[in-house]
Design a protein around this ligand. Structure first.
Ligand code: KG4
Ligand code: ZN
Length: 350
């Protein structure tokens, strides 16, 4: 089954084709991402209306480009998957409208995919994929969650952030120190040149039991440290290193606890912050020490992309789970309400 995937939930237009007939990573026939970063940079954050308009401009050319790279025609598609939420409502509607129209014209089924389920399943597109049950750490710009995955589509929330998401903390901290939007990857690059231990920030909420997170206090600690420093380039790098170590340690401590609580040795990591090199090393270490493993998507599939939507959608379409032709999006959507793949519930009609 060849499925076109469309991602337009925020500031990246992503398109991909996933072919379930091909094994492992070969299934990803082509994928392309157009990032709107330059468009939003001057505003210091995503401007929803500008995001929607840019998706309108870029989506169809990207669909054509991706099909050409996959050496496929529109008629070769057996299904269409698109991000139906959570995300910016206008941006989501662009992807949903195009996906539903294409599916209707081609007379193939279409399915709305939960963006975070897309992230969560992305590591399963790689070779030698993990099998459920496992524990997933979702770390993106909008979410920080630990999820027990009992089966594909069966998600139990173990813990989540009470305030800022991990990616948001990276972005805000970067902004405090004068780095351009989106600061996460730039802060990480700077941290690589900083000295460990010069600045030591707290590991929030690790001194008590539980699997929830809180990152907003860290951002304040950095702000005060930066304000009271000489604000040199070397200091900026040292603070970045101290901040990154604090976030990585905090995430690692909670992941270890979550594995313990779930009785699992398999950790799956997904979402933009999963591209962070130090986080990847640390989580490989803690899973390895337990005799298990940590599974990440390749860095390009950690951040928003159409491949994860094509893949997650393909799993549901293969199981006969798709909806009627209505263009419907769900900007706020709890992942725990999703049906298990293969167990059709009323919201999925044939
Ligand atoms: O998953 P994603 O692309 O979009 C959302 O669904 O939010 O995640 C984007 C987030 C941003 O906050 C970005 O700063 C962060 O992921 N990010 C990173 C790195 N690459 C992206 N944070 C830390 N280190 C990185 N290398
Ligand atoms: Zn995302």
């Amino acid at each position: 089954m060849r499925v076109l995937g469309i991602e337009t939930s925020c500031d990246e237009t992503g398109v991909a084709v996933y072919d379930t007939a091909l094994p492992g990573s070969a299934g990803l026939r082509a994928h392309a991402v157009y990032s709107q970063i330059a468009l939003h940079a001057q505003y210091g954050g995503v401007v929803p209306e500008l995001a929607s308009r840019d998706h309108v401009r870029k989506l169809l050319p990207l669909v054509r480009q991706t099909l050409a790279e996959a050496d496929l025609k529109l008629e070769d598609l057996d299904g269409v998957a698109y991000t139906a939420g959570p995300g910016l409502v206008g941006a989501l509607l662009v992807g949903a409208g195009v996906a539903r129209s294409l599916a209707w014209a081609l007379e193939v089924p279409a399915v709305g995919v939960h963006h975070m389920e897309g992230h969560l399943l992305a590591p399963l597109m790689e070779d030698d994929p993990p099998e459920a049950p496992f524990v997933a750490l979702l770390v993106s710009g909008g979410h920080t969650q630990l999820v027990a995955v009992d089966a594909i589509g069966s998600y139990r929330l173990l813990g989540e952030t009470l305030d800022d998401a991990a990616g948001e903390a990276f972005d805000k901290t970067a902004k405090v120190m004068g780095l351009p939007y989106p600061g996460g990857p730039q802060l990480a690059a700077l941290a690589a040149t900083g000295r460990p231990g010069v600045y030591k920030f707290s590991r929030p909420m690790t001194d008590r039991p539980g699997l929830d997170f809180s990152f907003s206090g860290l951002k304040t600690q950095v702000m005060l440290a930066w304000r009271d420093s000489d604000q040199s380039d070397a200091t900026r790098a040292d603070i970045a290193r101290g901040f990154e170590d604090a976030v990585v340690d905090t995430l690692a401590i909670k992941c270890e606890r979550a594995l313990e609580a779930a009785g699992s040795d398999t950790l799956v990591i997904a979402g933009g912050v999963g591209a962070n090199k130090r986080l990847r090393e640390k989580l490989h270490d803690i899973a390895g020490k337990r005799g298990g493993r940590a599974c990440f998507p390749r860095p390009a599939l950690c951040t928003d992309n159409g491949a994860m939507i094509a893949f997650a959608g393909a799993l549901r379409l293969q199981a006969g789970q798709y909806e009627t032709a209505a263009v419907k999006v769900t900007p706020r959507w709890d992942m725990a309400t999703l049906p298990v793949v293969g167990e059709t519930k009323p919201e999925f009609q044939q």
